[in-house]
Every structure is written in structure tokens, then in C-alpha cells.
Write a protein that binds this ligand. Sequence first.
Ligand code: NAD
Length: 302
Amino acid sequence: EKYTVAFLGLGHMGGPMAANLARAGHRVVGFDVVPAALEAARANGIPVAENAAGAVAGADVVLTMFPSGRHVLDAYRGTDGGPGLLAAAAQGTMFLDCSTINVDEARDAAQLALDAGHRSADAPVSGGVVGAEAGTLTFMVGGGADDFEAVKPLLEAMGKRIVHCGGHGAGQAAKVCNNLILGVSMIAVSEAFVLGEELGLTHQALFDVASAASGQCWALTTNCPVPGPVPTSPANRDYQPGFAGALMAKDLNLAVNALNSTGVAGRMGPLAAEIYDTFAAEGGAGRDFSAIITHIREKSGT
Ligand code: NAD
């Protein structure tokens, strides 16, 4: 089934995702508040609208790919007295948000959509700009079973793994929990390599042991923070992302918000968020998050 999709937010991720949707035969009408993003989309053959309401008119699905939950909620509701997306859309429109936002905000957004007579699903992604361009993203979906079935054909045009995680907000919950593991484990792997250096252990020796032992994890075996053992890891190209430090800091802060709002007594998450905030503020924002190892060396004076 082919859909008419209002694609709002044509940035680093949204631009190539919209192009893949159009390539798969869906009718895409794009919009972005930044003229340069609109222009780039037009140059990529995506029809664009003059404003959000123009994109939403006649759409079956309103797909948002915004920086944060504030952007999503403001756009849904409308700001400065202007009508929001919920008011502009025909009854029963599917509101599909692919941005990475707070779990609580995702649940609020879903409730707003449902209250306005629409449908809703959250579907944050992992896979980065490379995955967005190649159409190999992973989507973590929150919503009812019927919502999942409705958005699946669209997500399949932009991604490779589409996972139904549960009800509204469950997609964001899965993403935030995964990235909590990722952020903490990258710091642990990096601390271990720096400690190994000081103890006279070669990178390869530590890798050979830990990658086949209980220290094994993605941060070590795929995104290894030292050059050498895993030739494809960003460490081998001066930590060009990959997954940028600023985004890891963002996602860890979403994890902290979720810990706080649920009352879970997590301590590693807040610590990792603080470490990545400092890293991002001290030059790591645009480097791969595995460059945290260079930050640990700096702080160690080694
Ligand atoms: P981006 O800043 O490049 O793009 C966001 C776009 O949304 C911008 O072009 C902005 O102008 C537009 N926008 C904001 N408010 C709008 C509105 N009301 N109407 C229309 N357009 C609006 O960000 P990105 O890198 O594409 O990331 C988008 C989301 O995906 C974020 O939530 C991010 O955390 C998540 N994400 C990013 C990556 C990545 O590698 N970049 C990976 C996974 C998830």
C-alpha cells in the first residue's frame, strides 16, 4: 500500500529518509522551517510545501523528524496562536514521530494525537546518517498492534529492522535503555584501555582477551575506541563519526530524565551523561563518541 506522507523535518536524518520513502513509491510532501533544508530536499526530487499546513493537507501520515520533544509537542499543538499539525490534519491521520525524545513527551504526544481524533506511533531510529541514506535504519516502534501494522510499510522503505516494542512510548523507552547500555559500556571499555596502557598491556592483548571473554560488548568489538583491533571502527579515522558525542550526550540525558521520572536509582546513567556532557563541551561534540578515550587520557594527564 502506498501512502501520502507529510514529512516534516528534513535535516541530516529526515532528508535522506524522505528520499527513500519517495523512492519506494510513496507520495512525499516535505517541509522544514530552515529554507536550506527545504532547498536541499527539492534538489533531491522531493516535492516541498510552502508551510506545514500545506504539507499536511491530504496526508495519510504526518511523519516528524525533529531535534527534540519540545519541537514535536509545539508543532503538534501550534505556537503563537497559529494552528498546529493536529488541527491541520484530516481526522484519523497517523502521527508518526521518528525523532528521539523523552519517553514522557512521546506519551504526551500520542495522547494529544488520540484526543484530536488521530492515530499515533513513536518510532525512533538507530543507524545514523549512514543508515538513513542506505535505508538500513533500525526502528523501535511504540503503539498498538494495528498502528504498528499501519506504519510498517513506511518504515520498511527506510530501514531494515522494524521492532514493535509495545504501546505508546515503548519505542523511545527501548532506544533510551539501549543507549544507556551503550554510553556506559563505551566509557568502561575506554577506561580499561587507558588503564591497560598504564599497566603496560598492548591494545591487541587486551582486545584478544576481552573480546573473547566476559568483557565482550559492541563498544569493544565493533566500535573499538583504539585504532588497530577493529579496522572499521572510527578510531582508525581520527574518530570521525559514526555516532557523534553530542548525540550520545543528548541520549544519555534522555535516559537520566527517564530514570528520574520513574524513580529508578540508576547511578551509571547520570554519571555517563555528565561525562559525555563535559566531553561534548570540550571539543567532542562532533567527534565519534568513542573519542571519549582521548578525553579520559587528557583527564589522566597521560
Ligand atoms: P537535524 O537538526 O539535522 O534535523 C532536524 C530538522 O528539523 C531541522 O532541519 C529543523 O529545521 C527541522 N525542524 C525543527 N522544527 C521544525 C518544525 N516545527 N517544522 C519543520 N521542521 C522543523 O537533526 P537530525 O540529525 O536529522 O536528527 C533528527 C532526530 O533524529 C533527532 O531527534 C536525533 O536525536 C535523532 N537521531 C539522529 C541521529 C543522527 O545520527 N543524526 C541518529 C539517530 C537518531
